[in-house]
Write a protein that binds this ligand. Structure first.
Ligand code: ZN
Ligand code: ZN
Length: 183
């Protein structure tokens, strides 16, 4: 029986290719692709080593916020954030090792220099790192709100202090300003 598109639900998935030698099942209606990690690993092994430093600026690609059901086993797929710089998630069925890529997502993965290391996205260290970067960014945004017009200046000062061998002394000196402030 043919697999149905987890997004469109009533469309059949047909054999397609993500890359010349990377077969997958595609939905002609929404442009999504179901990629088996078995095929992916097989393809990956035959790729020349890639330089991860070639990533271009991320592009915006539509992301499905809905929980999707695996076309193979009907179980819900798990969402994995690609990086902290993009809102996009890829869906993985942890039972079948099948990945659902929304239209254009493979291109995005390629732009993020993740085409050669897609399986890393599904690891706990990767996801923890993404969350950590996100949390730091949110904290920084809160400081920007709180400091308003002084934020840029404060950030400059922070950068300067970070690489300054006298940072401790400078901060101790500045502490006097804090001590003198009315409570
Ligand atoms: Zn579809
Ligand atoms: Zn499945």
């Amino acid at each position: 029986m043919a697999s149905l598109c987890p997004y469109c639900k009533d469309r059949e998935l047909n054999p397609t290719r993500i890359e010349q030698s990377l077969p997958a099942l595609g939905c002609e209606h929404c442009g999504g692709t179901l990629l088996s990690l078995v095929s992916y690993r097989h393809w990956r092994e035959r790729q020349p080593a890639q330089d991860d430093a070639t990533a271009d600026a991320p592009i915006e690609v539509k992301d499905t916020p809905l929980a999707l059901q695996c076309p193979k086993c009907d179980r819900f797929m798990s969402k994995f954030r690609l990086t902290a710089d993009t809102r996009n998630h890829v869906d993985l069925c942890v039972h079948c090792d099948e990945v659902w890529l929304d239209n254009g997502e493979w291109h995005l993965i390629d732009r993020l220099a993740l085409a050669g290391s897609l399986t890393r996205v599904f690891t706990q260290p990767w996801q923890l790192h993404v969350r950590h970067v996100e949390a730091e960014r949110r904290a920084e945004e809160r400081w920007a709100d709180r400091l308003g017009d002084d934020y840029d200046r404060a950030r400059e000062l922070q950068t300067w202090l970070r690489d300054n061998p006298n940072a401790r002394d400078v901060l101790t000196y500045l502490q006097q300003v804090l001590d003198d402030l009315p409570r």
